[in-house]
Structure formats: structure tokens, C-alpha cells
Design a protein. Structure first.
Length: 190
């Protein structure tokens, strides 16, 4: 009998281990940010779309087994897959889909001008499912040093985000964290 290593499940082995996930979920609960859409965060995502021109913009909170887009802006007309079916983008995705879990674990912004240029990311399910070709994201790091999630933009075409794109996404993430904490502290909406 010969040993055969387990076959990798598409995307599962590419997503980094996230040892902070239980503490993050606890912190998100304290801030009132677990798995619920927020109109103010949708407005934030709309503003980010205007700044970047990206097809998809999000405020994404990362849980233990999934990610939730509390702020979301998607194309008005869903993309069509190669088989002609619509690629509907919902508020939640498995943790293994997308690039935000990498940003949260690394605790650093990530710029992918063409995701297909990076073997680690080219095989991610969102590349085929939604046609994502470029990504720009920054972590939402709170005053306790916890990476709560991300602010991100993704597009269906390769994009040269440049230094200005990176600076913009990082500044927006830092500003949003202050607003989220202040809102939770004061018990007021964003």
C-alpha cells in the first residue's frame, strides 16, 4: 500500500490560519458588528466605489468560518458566468473565498493589480466565480490592536492602484475604525 497525500480542496489550503478569530468575533460582538448589514457602512462602500471606480467595494468583518460584508456595493447588473448563469454576490462568503482573510492575518494592506500574476491568489474561488481580477484592501485595526476586518475594493479588470490607491485605502480604514469605536462607545449609529 502506498501513501497518497490528501488532495487539496480548491482555495482551502491557500487561506492562512487565523488564531485571532475567536477573540475577533468576541470584539465584533462587543462593538455590535456581527453579521448585520449597516446602511452607514453601505454608504461608506458607495463612497469608496466613487473614489476608486471599482466594481465591488466592501467593509468586511472576518469571523471564524466566514466573512460578512456589513458594508457592500456591487454592480447593479450581476456578472454572467461562462455558462450564462448570474454570479450573485451576497453579504457572506466562506473564509476561504477572497483576499480579505489574508489582509486580516497579515495585518497589512494588500495590493493586487492583477490577481492572476500571483499563484497564491489566482486560484481563489472569487477569481472564477465573480471574475475578480484586481484587489486593494487594508485592515481595520482597532485601538486594542485587533484586526477586525477590512476595507476593500475589487474589480473585474486589472487595475494599477498605485501608491495613491494604497494611501487612500489605508487612510479610509484608519478613519472608519475610529468611527466604529466611537459609535459603539457612545451607543449611537455611525
Amino acid at each position: 500500500m502506498t501513501y497518497e497525500p490528501p488532495r487539496p480542496v480548491r482555495g482551502l489550503l491557500l487561506t492562512p490560519e487565523d488564531k485571532e478569530a475567536p477573540a475577533r468575533v468576541h470584539r465584533l460582538r462587543l462593538l455590535g458588528l456581527v453579521d448585520r448589514p449597516d446602511p452607514a457602512l453601505d454608504a461608506f462602500a458607495d463612497h469608496l466605489a466613487q473614489l476608486t471606480g471599482a466594481a465591488y467595494t466592501m467593509v468586511n468583518f472576518i469571523g471564524e468560518d466566514h466573512q460578512f460584508f456589513a458594508g457592500l456595493r456591487v454592480p447593479a447588473v450581476p456578472l454572467l458566468r461562462e455558462d450564462g448563469s448570474r454570479a450573485e454576490f451576497g453579504r457572506a462568503l466562506p473564509r476561504e473565498h477572497g483576499f480579505c482573510p489574508h489582509v486580516v492575518v497579515r495585518r497589512k494592506a494588500l495590493v493586487l493589480e492583477d490577481v492572476r500574476d500571483y499563484p497564491r491568489f489566482a486560484g481563489n474561488p472569487v477569481v472564477d466565480e465573480y471574475g475578480i481580477r484586481s484587489y486593494l484592501g487594508a485592515p481595520l485595526i482597532d485601538s486594542y490592536g485587533m484586526a477586525l476586518g477590512t476595507v476593500c475594493a475589487a474589480d473585474t479588470e486589472p487595475r494599477a492602484w498605485g501608491r495613491s490607491g494604497l494611501d487612500t485605502i489605508k487612510a479610509l480604514a484608519a478613519d472608519l475604525v475610529v468611527r466604529l469605536e466611537r459609535s459603539a462607545e457612545d451607543g449611537l449609529p455611525l
